[in-house]
Ligand binder design. Sequence first.
Ligand SMILES: Cc1cc2nc3c(=O)[nH]c(=O)nc-3n(C[C@H](O)[C@H](O)[C@H](O)COP(=O)(O)OP(=O)(O)OC[C@H]3O[C@@H](n4cnc5c(N)ncnc54)[C@H](O)[C@@H]3O)c2cc1C
Length: 385
Amino acid sequence: MSTPSFSFAPIELPESASRLRTEVREFLAAEQKAGNFTPGAAGWSRVDPEFSRHLGARGWLGMTWPKKYGGHERTALERYVVIEELLVAGAPMRGHWAADRQLGPLLLEFGSEEQRQRYLPEIAAGRCLVAIGLSEPDSGSDLAAIRTKATKVDGGWRVEGRKIWTSLAHRAQVTSLFVRTEPKGENRHAGVSRFLVDMSSPGITVRPIINMTGEHDFNEVIFDDLFVPDDMVVGAVGGAWSQMGKDLAYERSAPDRWLACHDLLLQTIDRVGPKPDIAQSEALGRLVAHLWTLQNMSLSIAGMLEAGANPNVEASIVKDLGTRYDQEIPQIARTLVPEHMRGDPAHQRFEESLRHNLLFAPAVTIRGGTTEILRNTIARALGLR
Ligand SMILES: Cc1cc2nc3c(=O)[nH]c(=O)nc-3n(C[C@H](O)[C@H](O)[C@H](O)COP(=O)(O)OP(=O)(O)OC[C@H]3O[C@@H](n4cnc5c(N)ncnc54)[C@H](O)[C@@H]3O)c2cc1C
């Protein structure tokens, strides 16, 4: 068996990052006081375009990007601190999330100069909501099986096909779309390209899918004779597979993968009160120990990204552990604060948080790569497959 090929080096946050943490906390307190957001059960996963623009104006989107693209040339560790504080506060982040975290870094690495100049300043200003069109009815984990097809025409491509579970496609200005530009051959991963699709183009139908919490978050998206100009292909035609990497590491290891239920954890600690019994102390102590560990692992990945590494395996481990942690919190909260303790209005926020997180729990094992797929990645790195 080969030697395990992953590691989590401890990271010491620099003084500048700690100062920034204080600055973010002050900003969030002022935003809350001004009524610009209220923390709620759905926490960071709400869309608030105005709040996204406020963050852009503070320089907290596109933080690590070059200034010439609207970025701020700050470090991955500073970016980490800002994101962690926003998540803990339950600030609405979905309006800029995929743009800032996935599409921006992707365009910096693989996009054309024109694409960078067109999209990056908009993303950094909090003015661009991006959807990610990967999954199809018969292809989720196995992305190479996609059937959405693009055919070459004069000046661009004609797209036909159907995507599913496309988060926020109904509000997005742009979708980062995976399409097959060549029929599947022996190399299943060849012939897949990534297009930037302007969602106001003719030939796109977005149909809502209501999730278990009752919210309209994801969609089915149908492309019927959609025209995508040549200059909206990201990187080489047929080369989308080789672009997968760091954007997945960002997606899988960021603190949202283990802070989704943070509001519920805090509410539970509040409801249990200052004199927990042994069982309550043990259960809450265990959760807080997990929280500390996940924070340090996630921070370590931010350090690796800062050093230019591609910590895909470490990110898969964080996502797997974070998923289990996020699913444990509602189950433990439910037993620590039993129903007969929840009647009075003081418990309303706890009740809402519990309901939301119980109903959302199954989704966390699926979005951003299912648990089994992540474990396949980890097993390969351990030489077990
Ligand atoms: C909240 C949420 C938001 C989402 N947002 C988006 C989005 O914005 N854009 C987008 O494109 N998609 C999105 N998705 C879709 C998500 O990425 C897919 O659902 C996911 O990739 C799984 O694909 P699938 O549903 O087709 O399941 P399948 O791939 O069919 O998997 C079914 C089961 O089989 C297991 N399995 C599959 N292959 C293997 C294997 N090789 N080894 C072991 N087990 C395996 C899986 O782990 C799973 O348990 C979202 C999903 C959720 C829940």
